[in-house]
Ligand binder design. Structure first.
Ligand SMILES: Nc1ncnc2c1ncn2[C@@H]1O[C@H](COP(=O)(O)OP(=O)(O)O)[C@@H](O)[C@H]1O
Ligand SMILES: [Mg+2]
Length: 321
């Protein structure tokens, strides 16, 4: 790691919430990790030394004997209440990583088990990568347009330093968590958003008890009746979003899962506000045409799956007709 990265991490460790996480209540404190006693500005060497100590603390933090880490529930931004009954919320629970569900360019999804004695639940951990998101197909000025807390953060993002790239990844996690929480609360079929900390989201795992993820819509071969049923679910889902003035923004047969016959929408960091976004209607139109194209190719009759009619209905529901 380059020194200026370390310095940036050191600086960032003074941002309230972050400090709490880094110095987490289970982090061991050792005799030689005393903060410098002298007041005032530290020299670069001192800053570096403190930052190295913090790194060491992180890596030597105690881990449970029978898992990969203690539950991070207590330190994270938590999902909307009421919390579902299947969710393990005990602070003494243990998280164990069971495997990779899918790796991607912008995020990786892992399978996690959170357990406390007999009670356990499976979770999907979606971790945004902090590689250079300049190539991120959803990046188009979206984050730069938002007001950041500090100009230092803005600069870091513009210059794409390691710290800046991490901030971008975190912003995507924040955006997706907020979108999922909102959609969950209005009754849209999305995985329950359990928590977010840093660049990691924990979501309700959509799949079976063995940890096999449900197929994406694109991987299914529905018969005629199933296809019609899925289309009806899709229309209902898009209506729920439109009523709230929203569209997915990247809708495709890869961002819909089919679990026990139910259609579930995922991958929502770029959710689009139809009114606030000047290209809102364009995004809605693109979403509908993309997904209607998949249904048409699978044999849905054109008079049922007509994208223009559906766009008109959705704009009407959104009060934008
Ligand atoms: N809650 C979940 N439960 C089970 N599998 C999931 C869940 N969320 C995502 N996945 C799997 O991970 C893949 C990637 O997730 P997605 O949110 O689409 O991220 P991206 O496309 O940005 O990499 C999905 O296609 C799906 O197979
Ligand atoms: Mg996706």
């Amino acid at each position: 790691m380059r020194e200026h990265d370390l310095y940036e991490r050191y600086e960032s460790s003074f941002d309230g919430a972050d400090t709490k996480q880094r110095m987490g209540k289970r982090g061991k404190r050792t005799a030689d990790d005393a903060e410098p006693t002298r007041r005032g500005r530290m020299t670069e060497a001192e800053k570096l030394r403190v930052s190295r100590l913090r790194e060491d603390q992180l890596s030597s933090a105690d881990t449970p004997e029978d898992g990969d880490r203690w539950s991070t529930w207590g330190d994270a931004e938590q999902g909307p209440k009421p919390h579902p009954s299947w969710l393990v919320t005990e602070l003494a629970a243990v998280d164990r990583e069971l495997g990779i569900v899918k790796t991607g360019k912008e995020a990786d999804v892992f399978l996690l088990e959170r357990a406390m004695g007999e009670k356990a639940c499976l979770l999907a951990a979606k971790r945004y990568r902090s590689n250079d998101h300049r190539m991120f197909h959803r990046d188009a000025g979206y984050l730069e347009g938002r007001r950041m807390r500090k100009s230092r953060e803005m600069r870091a993002i513009q210059n794409r330093t390691a710290f800046g790239r991490n901030l971008i990844a975190e912003q995507w996690a924040v955006a997706e968590f907020a979108a999922l929480a909102r959609l969950w609360q209005i009754g849209a079929p999305v995985p329950y958003p359990v928590q977010r900390s840093g660049t990691e989201l924990l979501l309700e795992f959509i799949g079976d008890d063995e940890g096999n993820a449900a197929p994406r819509l694109a991987q299914t071969r529905p018969d005629e009746d199933e296809l019609l049923d899925l289309w009806r679910q899709l229309v209902a889902m898009l209506m729920t979003l439109a009523e709230a003035g929203l569209t997915h923004g990247d809708l495709s047969a890869f961002n819909l899962m089919v679990h026990e016959g139910r259609l579930i929408m995922i991958d929502l960091p770029q959710v689009v506000d139809l009114v606030a976004n000047p290209r809102g209607v364009e995004f809605l139109d693109r979403d509908v045409r993309n997904i209607a194209g998949w249904f048409a190719a699978r044999g849905l009759p054109p008079e049922i799956g007509d994208p223009s009619a559906l766009v008109a209905t959705l704009l009407d529901v959104a009060g934008m007709a």
